[in-house]
Design a protein around this ligand. Sequence first.
Ligand SMILES: [Fe+2]
Ligand SMILES: [Fe+2]
Length: 182
Amino acid sequence: MLEDPPISSANHSAATPQIRCALMTPKPDGDPDLRSASLIGLILTQYHEPHRRELPQAIALARKVEAMHAAEPECPRGLADLLTFMLDDLESHQQREEQVLFPMILAGGSPMIRFPVQRMMAEHEDVEAQLLQLRTLTQDFSHPPGACATWRALTALCRKLDVDLREHMQIENQVLFAPFLD
Ligand SMILES: [Fe+2]
Ligand SMILES: [Fe+2]
């Protein structure tokens, strides 16, 4: 019998709608530099760090489910490999945001900044394609009736990753990056 693994996201889930609301509502008289700095801080704590923690959790759960339920038709075969690919891809993307693009934004931008911004936005489209694969492999983020605790936890975590990654990219594209494409 597998233990019911914890999903370390309760606080984040509760905070997300408020944070999203605050981030998506521009303050007309706000200092743009301060606004970018606080936005980047929130992106790091509410999205980058949780993704780094939760994707490995999802991979471990998927490996267990694929091993334990290999003979069942609903088994999400290939899910652990997809999540591993997503983690590797996202880690590279987030590192370049943290080490190159976010410091450029905090420094007030540069004449060349539109190129890394466009690159990051193109990579977001790649993530959206990965999320479609995730939805397909998890059968619209569902599990069979009577599924074990591990499978239920995997489904919940994959659904959370989908929501969080879409919010993360929407905030970057529409709020943080958009001013540098004018
Ligand atoms: Fe990001
Ligand atoms: Fe990004």
